[in-house]
Ligand binder design. Structure first.
Ligand code: WT7
Length: 656
């Protein structure tokens, strides 16, 4: 782990926040969560999780709650369950077939409503189609789709037949897709001709065509027709409507072992290779359903819930598909961007569908702040009763704005901390119980044990800052990194023996509330999405003009962190002030990884600051990128280097 941390933590820990917001008596009176939950979890944690698991429909009950062979956990052992059955069949069997599951709104304004009955039929047809194609339990299916109902349908169809899905965010490039397909050895890719973004039909299929040239395991590509744009069709390709529409809408589902793989989702780590985070079934479903019900205070008969996350991220898995569907929630699903055709789009949809619960990311909240209050103020937002935030620390200013402008000072805010690896929310206020503080995720949910510890693994205590670690296993925890058990143990369980290290810094205030301080490793958080410095560096050096690159995440008002790259050019290559190379390098990174990883800024330097052992001192580069005095540089191999870097930059700064 990098030793660049402590200064940041101590700086951040100077911040002080005294505002408190108690839940209103009306909210308390109707809240799902009660203090009894904490008491039950404290009295007997495993029994508590068993009680939560009992809320699901199991074909066979488990015989053992937990098998914990550190760092490998198994939950609800011997139990048999089907994820899609819990999301769909159960609601239909219990008389909820006519309840709306998704109000889908396409970016161009086309709409479609799916009830739970419709979803069961669509998922059954898709499951039958997957079976016809030859997909079986234990196979992996890559899903590369825009935010359209078929994304949820495809995920649930895979779950229904026991095939693990690996959803790849539609904004990732063909190369990223190749890496993920090959790592998981996916047999099938489900994609679409394209999707609508910023008023235009954006093609997706060409990236798949490019990818499958280098993915020997892929036997077929199933293509949803979304935009109708001109699409090349090859021998492996099958139109979704041609095979799915003619299937029976009945499908008898099989029940799988509680520990049967449900999905793999790739996330950035500190090395160039993304990690295939593996989640299994029983524990994951138990905890996503429980947390969704309590944190969002879901009243499924009347709430309209909208989580704005894309299906390509864990938030889309846990809080657009599995958690909400198990709870029989009515949701809004929106395909496009928040500024199309107007900056009021999200607010118009809240008004149109009478959204009562909104779950979004700080980066969007800050964007709204920048756009101005006229957009939210032009719509009726009084249907809202609860607001959520996720993805990165939310600064108190944005929190207050969210509360006042969007929530009309009426709605509790839940700032939810979790990770792809944790599967579900672990730290969050519980509405109706917690007195919230702007900017704090407050405390662990019932059944979760977290500690803030220092380098020597001592608890820092109230008023202290350190590393966030989880000291007991939890049902929705990752079961490993796909195909890399050692990397799993090394990445998460070796920094502090026997504890899960999340990679985040945290402080405890005087009252013990938890404040997340961001990543302490070389992982950047751009708009709530993790991107590793190494990955971007590898992309940069794969360009013929670049000899060496160092990438840092610098504070960015809008995106949380922005990517700043320091590059050394190869001999003979001149850096043109004309920005040609700059643009070329940024486009190159977008091609290699995806537009989300495009550096905000590329700075050409002659040297990089390194320790004597050759480790790049990113902390010092971050000082430069954030226009600060350079911090302690005594461990530099060449003490003059920072001066040279700054001088060099001042003579030929490149930015856009
Ligand atoms: C990292 C996990 C969890 C879904 C979205 C991101 C940061 C997440 C918060 C929060 C402060 C947060 C952490 C974490 N993070 N939520 N409420 N406050 N930081 O999932 O891509 O797996 O990233 O996001 O740094 O480790 P992810």
């Amino acid at each position: 782990m990098s030793n660049d941390i402590s200064p940041e933590i101590s700086i951040d820990n100077l911040g002080h926040e005294d505002r408190h917001f108690a839940p209103s008596p009306e909210f308390v009176a109707q809240a799902n969560a009660t203090p009894a939950l904490f008491e039950a979890a404290k009295a007997d944690r495993l029994k508590f999780w068993e009680d939560q698991a009992s809320q699901l429909a199991w074909d066979k009950k488990w015989s053992q709650v937990l098998d914990w062979q550190l760092p490998f956990a198994k939950w609800f052992i011997g139990g048999k369950i089907n994820a899609a059955y819990n999301c769909l069949d159960r609601h239909v069997l219990e008389g909820r077939a006519d309840r709306v599951a998704y109000y889908f709104e396409g970016e161009p304004g086309d709409t479609k409503v799916y009830t739970y009955g419709d979803m069961l039929k669509e998922v059954s047809k898709a499951a039958n189609a997957l079976t016809e194609i030859g997909i079986k339990s234990g196979d992996r299916v890559a899903i590369y789709l825009p935010m359209i109902p078929e994304a949820a349908i495809a995920m649930l169809a895979c779950a229904r037949i026991g095939a693990a899905h690996s959803v790849v965010f539609g904004g990732f490039s063909a190369d990223s897709l190749v890496a993920r397909i090959n790592d998981a050895q996916a047999k099938l890719v489900i994609t679409s001709d394209g999707g609508y973004r910023r008023g235009a039909a954006m093609a997706l299929k060409p990236a798949v065509d490019e990818a499958v040239k280098s993915t020997p395991t892929v036997e077929n590509v199933l293509v949803v027709k979304r935009t109708g744009q001109e699409t090349a069709f090859g021998a492996k390709d099958i139109w979704w409507h041609e095979i799915v529409d003619r299937q029976s809408d009945k499908h008898e589902c099989e029940f799988f072992d509680s520990e049967h793989p449900l999905f793999i989702l790739y996330t950035s780590g500190t090395t160039a290779k993304p990690k295939g985070i593996l989640h299994t079934t029983g524990g994951y479903l138990t905890q996503t359903a429980f947390s969704h019900k309590m944190v969002f205070d879901i009243k499924a008969e009347k709430d309209v819930y909208w989580c704005t996350a894309d299906i390509g991220w864990i938030t889309g898995h846990s809080y657009v598909v599995y958690g909400p569907m198990i709870n029989g929630t009515t949701q809004v699903m929106y395909e496009g961007t928040p500024d199309t055709p107007s900056k009021a789009r999200v607010f118009q949809l809240i008004e149109k569908y009478k959204v009562s619960i909104l779950y979004t990311a700080p980066t969007l909240i800050r964007t709204w702040m920048k756009w101005g209050v006229e957009f939210p103020n032009s719509c009726d937002l009084t249907s809202l009763r609860l607001l959520g935030s996720v993805g990165e620390p939310i600064n108190p200013e944005a929190w207050m704005w969210y509360r006042e402008v969007i929530g009309g000072n009426r709605c509790p805010i839940v700032d939810t901390w979790w990770q792809t690896e944790t599967g579900a929310i672990l730290i969050s206020p519980l509405p109706g119980i917690t007195h919230t503080k702007p900017g704090s995720a407050m405390g662990t949910l019932p059944g979760i044990v977290a500690k803030v510890i220092d380098d020597e693994e001592r608890e820092v205590g109230n008023g202290g800052a350190g590393y966030l670690a989880l000291t007991e296993p939890w049902p929705s925890m990752l079961r490993g990194i796909w195909g890399e058990p050692e990397r799993y143990a090394e990445t998460y369980w070796s920094r502090f023996a026997g504890k899960y290290f999340a990679g985040d810094g945290a402080k405890l205030d005087d009252e013990g509330a938890i404040w997340l301080l961001g990543r302490v490793d070389d992982v950047m958080n751009v708009s709530g999405h993790r991107i590793s410095t190494t990955e971007v560096e590898s992309a940069l050096v794969s360009h013929p003009a670049v000899a060496e690159a160092a990438v840092v995440g610098a504070k960015d008002e809008m995106t949380g962190q922005g990517i700043v790259a320091f590059v050394i050019l190869r001999g003979g290559i001149e850096h043109h002030e004309g920005e040609v190379l700059n643009k070329e390098l940024r486009d190159h990174v977008a091609k290699e990884i995806g537009p989300i990883a495009k550096p905000r800024q590329i700075l050409v330097v002659n040297e990089l600051p390194k320790t004597r052992s050759g480790k790049i001192m990113r902390r010092l580069l971050r000082d430069v990128a954030e226009n600060r005095e350079t911090g302690d540089a005594t461990t530099l191999a060449d003490p003059n280097i920072m001066k040279l870097i700054r001088e060099g930059l001042n003579s030929g700064k490149s930015e856009d």
